[in-house]
Ligand binder design. Structure first.
Ligand SMILES: Cc1ncc(COP(=O)(O)O)c(C=O)c1O
Length: 424
């Protein structure tokens, strides 16, 4: 719908900075969105404006009141984006820090004993938080195995490992390496069948740019976002905690507001730039639906984003015009299979006969920005079981076009030919 609606793709792209040209390297196609999405121009403007205001919150002057209104609006926009009718939205240092804080609060807030459970699909941010606070609270940290072939983890796999004394659970909404999403609502329901009181925390960091979020439908207690991966910027993470997680004891200034998750003076610009993202998604939703309701517009934007990205993923994997897709290129090994359904903007792959670093360089020489992922503390959970030392990750967002995918496939066809010469 984004590509089919006259002039919409141009209007979308015009709202982002550095769409076609890297300020350091020159013209390039940006397929490194999973490492950080393009920034909205409105985010850049708000960041500069708020960085310039010297005033602090909580004062009796118009500047201070304006800052506090921006924070209140930012929190309301976070709740709207997440469809959270209760609980608290807050800003932290990064997505990783927010996840650590949610997990730590849940681990200490839950009744003693029992176990904590997550999966091997998770990014190390949530997995490390769970390992750390399971050990500190004397509980085993169980890790449900993901499926190497499909690149995801199922409710069935969680159900088999959950016990009635499961106190804290983590679920990754979408893997940043395989690109495959998890049916989070089904996993949460499977956990609650046996352990209704379990605190469930979702890492939505890779998912958030690819579709609407609905914490109410998931039935979670915590949700984490990284704004730099959803068209905002670095410098903050966003968390949501349910009322019952918020009611658990947490670090705060003595006699300070008990429901408050934030510590110290926050950057008002962070809230302002999150509102910029919500404003953009509402704008997009209004172009692809007739709805005047803000949440309905966000959901419509999410559906349009999903449909467009599905089209791009199909082109990338199955080909476009007379160009073969990655799934049919000789020597291309896909990490986590070739499924379109459930894939959220990411394809990771290796090419037999060409080192991943050389493939990144080849694509770079052809004006395409992608990233190498290594079997290290970030991606070892996915690559190690497959026996791979590295792969390349190609990641798109809704502002990418079929023509960009075509140019990528054409460069990949050349890489395959080069690799085959090397192999022969
Ligand atoms: C799924 C997932 N979780 C957590 C993180 C960490 O987020 P941050 O960089 O904001 O700490 C990332 C970053 O790549 C991620 O993809």
């Amino acid at each position: 719908m984004i590509a089919e609606t006259p002039c919409l793709m141009d209007a979308v792209r015009s709202r982002f900075a550095h769409v076609e040209t890297c300020p350091f390297e020159g013209p390039r196609i940006f397929f490194e969105n999973a490492g950080g999405a393009l920034r909205l121009k409105s985010v850049i403007e708000s960041s500069a404006a708020y960085a310039g205001y010297p005033d602090n919150q909580g004062r009796d002057n118009p500047a201070s009141q304006a800052l506090m209104e921006t924070i209140a609006r930012g929190k309301a926009d976070m709740a709207l984006f997440l469809n959270a009718s209760g609980g608290q939205c807050f800003v932290g240092e990064s997505g990783t820090e927010v996840l650590f804080r949610l997990v730590r609060t849940a681990a200490f807030g839950a009744s003693a004993g029992g176990q904590m459970i997550g999966s091997t699909l998770e990014h190390p941010a949530s997995a490390s938080a769970m390992a750390r606070w399971a050990e500190a609270t004397g509980r085993p940290h169980i890790r449900v195995a993901h499926d190497n072939a499909t690149g995801t983890v199922t409710a069935k796999a969680y159900r088999a490992a959950v016990t009635p004394d499961t106190r804290v659970a983590t679920i990754v909404h979408t893997s940043p390496v395989t690109g495959m999403s998890v049916d989070v609502a089904a996993v949460a329901a499977a956990i609650r069948e046996s352990a209704p009181e379990c605190f469930i925390i979702v890492d939505g960091i890779q998912h958030a740019s690819h579709g609407a979020v609905d914490v109410a439908a998931i039935g979670a207690d915590g949700y984490a976002l990284s704004p730099y991966k959803m068209f905002s910027r670095h410098g903050y993470g966003v968390g949501w905690a349910s009322d019952r997680l918020t009611a658990c004891p947490k670090e705060q200034i003595v006699n300070g507001p008990a429901a408050n998750w934030e510590m110290g003076t926050r950057d008002t610009g962070a809230y302002a730039t999150f509102s910029d993202v919500v404003e953009y998604l509402e704008w997009l939703g209004a172009r692809v639906s007739d709805s005047t309701d803000r949440r309905a517009r966000l959901e419509a934007a999410g559906q349009a984003i999903r449909a467009h990205e599905e089209h791009l993923m199909r082109a990338m994997l199955q080909g476009v015009g007379n160009l073969p897709g990655l799934a049919d290129m000789p020597g291309v090994q896909l990490i986590g299979g070739a499924a379109i359904e459930g894939r959220e903007g990411v394809v990771s792959l290796r090419l037999a006969g060409m080192a991943s670093a050389d493939l990144v360089q080849h694509l770079r020489d052809n004006g395409i920005r992608v990233h190498i992922r290594k079997n290290d503390h970030y991606c070892g959970n996915i690559l190690d079981p497959l026996g791979f030392e590295d792969c390349i990750r190609v990641s798109v967002c809704h502002y990418n076009t079929e023509d960009e995918v075509r140019r990528f496939l054409s460069a990949m066809t050349q890489a395959v030919a080069k690799a085959q010469q090397g192999v022969d």
